[in-house]
Design a protein around this ligand. Structure first.
Ligand code: ADP
Ligand code: MG
Length: 705
């Protein structure tokens, strides 16, 4: 269970003084919430770190105040000058002085009572704000702070500046954050003392205090010691969690799965090509994993079109040869069906019995599949997350392939595992997102990786060009020629966001436009809001070459295979990330025709967007593109966190990220090697760390063990 000391951090923000039902709504907009959390908690505010500080430490005499700078002045109130009656535009002025000179405090649209109360004539006050020169006088308009001498401590000399949202003032966030910091009681040190002191890092609670109540301007900086320390904490928590999941895999016995090669031989005969070297190598690695007496957890990375499906099928064949069952799980229904269609003709020749289970199989059809699965009359089941449902029972599931993994979480991975009975299931995770090595570590931990870096022979390059939206008519003319020669076109429009529908080229609008030009019967539409049946119909018509143009939102992003389609048009390409553009482009270039990818953008193009589009023009190498993506976006977002629902980092995106990450990885490994149950004093402290960063999943493994 979560240590009791942490309970106040997981309480709602409403438990802080001053935060009620109205402010909580604004806070929700302002802070980052992890998936599944709807009401911001104290912890979420602690991770809402300031972006800078306002330095109020200059306390000059009035005569020495530098116009244009922020200063804190100790003044006596001399006289009030309210605006003349009926003149709303004139400011309310209050003349103040010290021994060196005079200054006017200036208020526009002021509430008279308020000013009289705040600045009583004859008394002393501290005022803090920007000093200005107005004609020959010094003034300060709307001081940020006005406090009586005995309340001087309420005036923050270094004031953190927070990201805000409309209606939420910096002072409110500041006040709440100060309270939140008070809830962090000193926690046990979970870092190596030598490491922390060599870097001159503060303790965890001191780091949070220095960020939210800075005493030095350098405290609030991603390169500063407090921030670096917290970044390292987050990375270590992540690495430790992944290492724990991994350890759990490795230490529990797995089964030995060996085949006689018979099914594989029949499949090889049925395939119209021979395997590439990369595919052969991946098969060797997978075979070795499966035949070892431990659980397999391997990531198969390969660009779109690199031939992962064949590898998956051959690997599943090993399980069938061993007399067991295999499952292939896809992230969407469309993709599951597509896998079935690809695999079915080969399976038939090899004598494999297939089944399909998605959310759409219902009633009798579903019961029928479940019965055959339980009776062992299905060798390979292909499906979606419907395979996770508790009533899905296998006779003997030995091997599972999870396609496009980044859409599933660790939790689901573990639950598919449990379907394999006490001996567990070997798991192969496939991803078409080329991931830089450092990020494989971050998101998958220390897992075994096979890479299909070589594409099947005979692929022609995809000619990629960016062009401004204004050139759309020219593009349309060129399409006319291409279509006459038998081309097929994907036309992608970004998703409609309710906030700015009018600004976006909505798929429906584009569909109408292209229908007008090329004929209604030739242009189809595919978007997420459509009924399943209508989606399938559109996809099938396009695959059968009845439709020449398919206008789609990004629902076609994952896996769809229509070899005859050779042109990809992406509207508002500047809105897409590199990984997504690369995925989309991968839909074409699969057949014998010359292929094109047209990136339509709305000018003017920002610097990052321009670099992205130029990268697309320059290369098709997914691993290179992923490295560039990492460079442009930073660690947390490369996997498209927002689309996939996996949380990004809260504090770890700092300078030196990669070095910190690899240190954290080594650290996690060493810790677990010496203390696999996290039972030592440091181990216990690390459990607290895991809870703070909400890696509960990993901690739960101790109870399961
Ligand atoms: P991925 O799933 O990695 O995107 P696929 O498995 O769908 O790629 O393969 C893309 C295409 O390449 C398919 O049409 C497949 O039949 C073909 N293919 C796979 N391996 C080879 C190979 N070794 N030689 C020729 N074509 C291949
Ligand atoms: Mg595929």
């Amino acid at each position: 269970m979560r240590p009791i000391e942490l309970t106040p951090l997981f309480a709602s923000l409403q438990s802080l003084t001053g935060i009620g039902p109205r402010l909580i709504v604004l806070m929700r907009k302002c802070v980052n919430l992890p998936a599944g959390i709807t009401e911001p908690r104290v912890l979420d505010l602690l991770w809402h770190l300031p972006t800078g500080v306002v330095d109020r430490r200059a306390e000059p005499a009035i005569a020495e105040a530098v116009p244009g700078s922020i200063a804190t002045l100790k003044v006596r109130i001399l006289k009030h000058f309210p605006p003349p009656r009926g003149n709303n535009r004139a400011p309310y002025k209050v003349r103040v002085e010290d021994d060196s000179g005079k200054l006017d405090l200036v208020f526009f649209h002021a509430e008279r009572k308020f000013i009289e109360r705040q600045l009583p004539v004859g008394e002393e006050r501290y005022v803090s704000g920007r000093v200005e020169r107005y004609s020959d006088k010094l003034q300060m308009s709307h001081p940020d702070y006005i406090v009586a001498p005995d309340a001087r401590d309420d005036l923050p000399m270094l004031e953190p500046v927070y990201p805000l949202t409309a209606g939420l003032s910096g002072k409110i966030v500041q006040k709440a954050a100060r309270q939140a910091v008070e809830r962090v009681h000193s926690v046990p040190e979970w870092q190596e003392p030598a490491w922390v002191s060599s870097r001159e890092w503060p303790t965890f609670d001191a780091a949070l205090r220095r960020l939210h109540k800075p005493t030095d301007a350098g405290d609030v900086s991603t390169g500063g010691a407090p921030w670096q320390r917290l970044a390292y904490d987050e990375l270590l928590a992540g690495q430790l969690a992944l290492a724990l999941v991994r350890q759990n895999f490795k230490t529990r016995p797995g089964r030995i799965i060996r085949g006689d090669g018979s099914v594989r031989a029949r499949l090889a005969d049925a395939l119209p090509f021979s395997l590439t070297n990369a595919q052969r190598e991946a098969m060797r690695e997978i075979e070795a994993d499966m035949s070892a007496p431990r659980r397999m957890l391997r990531l198969l990375q390969g660009d779109v079109g690199s031939g992962k499906t064949v590898v998956a099928l051959l690997a599943m064949a090993i399980a069938v040869e061993a007399g067991a069952q295999a499952a292939l799980m896809a992230p969407t229904e469309v993709l599951a069906r597509q896998h079935l269609e690809t695999i079915a003709p080969l399976a038939e020749k090899a004598g494999l019995r297939l089944g399909l289970l998605t959310g759409r199989e219902k009633g009798r059809a579903r019961r029928d599949v479940l019965e055959r699965l339980a009776a062992g009359e299905i060798d390979i089941i292909i499906g979606t997350h419907a395979l996770f449902q508790p009533d899905v029972v296998f006779r003997d599931l030995a091997f599972a392939v999870i396609d496009e993994q980044h859409r599933f979480g660790v939790h689901q991975r573990l639950s598919l595992q449990s379907k394999g009975g006490s001996q567990g299931t070997d798991v192969l995770v496939m991803t078409a997102t080329p991931i830089p090595r450092t990020l494989v570590m971050t998101h998958y931990g220390d897992l075994d990786v096979s890479r299909l870096s070589e594409k099947p022979p005979g692929r022609k390059p995809i000619v990629t060009k960016k062009l401004p939206t204004e050139s759309m008519e020219k593009l349309v003319e060129r399409l006319r020629t291409q279509l006459a020669e038998g081309a097929q076109v994907y036309w992608v429009c970004p998703l409609i966001e309710s906030s700015d529908v009018s600004e976006l080229a909505a798929a429906e609008e584009r569909h109408a436009y292209l229908s007008q030009l090329f004929g209604k019967e030739n242009v189809g539409l595919l978007h997420g809001g459509m009924q399943d049946k209508a989606k399938d119909a559109a996809m099938e018509a396009f695959a059968a070459n009845q439709l020449k143009i398919l206008v789609a939102t990004t629902v076609i992003e994952v896996g769809v295979n229509v070899p005859n389609a050779n042109i990809m048009v992406i509207e508002h390409a500047e809105r897409f990330g590199l990984a997504q553009l690369h995925q989309l482009r991968g839909r074409v270039g699969r057949g014998s025709r010359e292929s094109f990818c047209m990136l339509l953008y709305k000018a003017p193009l920002g610097e990052t967007a321009r670099q992205r589009l130029e990268m697309m023009e320059d290369t098709e190498d997914g691993f290179l593109i992923a490295e560039k993506d990492l460079e442009l976006r930073g660690g947390g977002e490369v996997l498209g966190a927002r689309q996939s629902g996996t949380p990004g980092f809260r504090v770890a995106e700092v300078p030196g990220f990669e070095a910190l990450l690899s240190a954290a990885r080594d650290d996690a490994r060493l810790v677990l090697a010496a203390d696999p149950m996290l039972a030592s004093p440091r181990g216990q402290a690390l459990r607290t760390l895991l809870y703070i960063f909400e890696c509960d999943e990993a901690v739960r493994l101790f109870r399961a063990a």
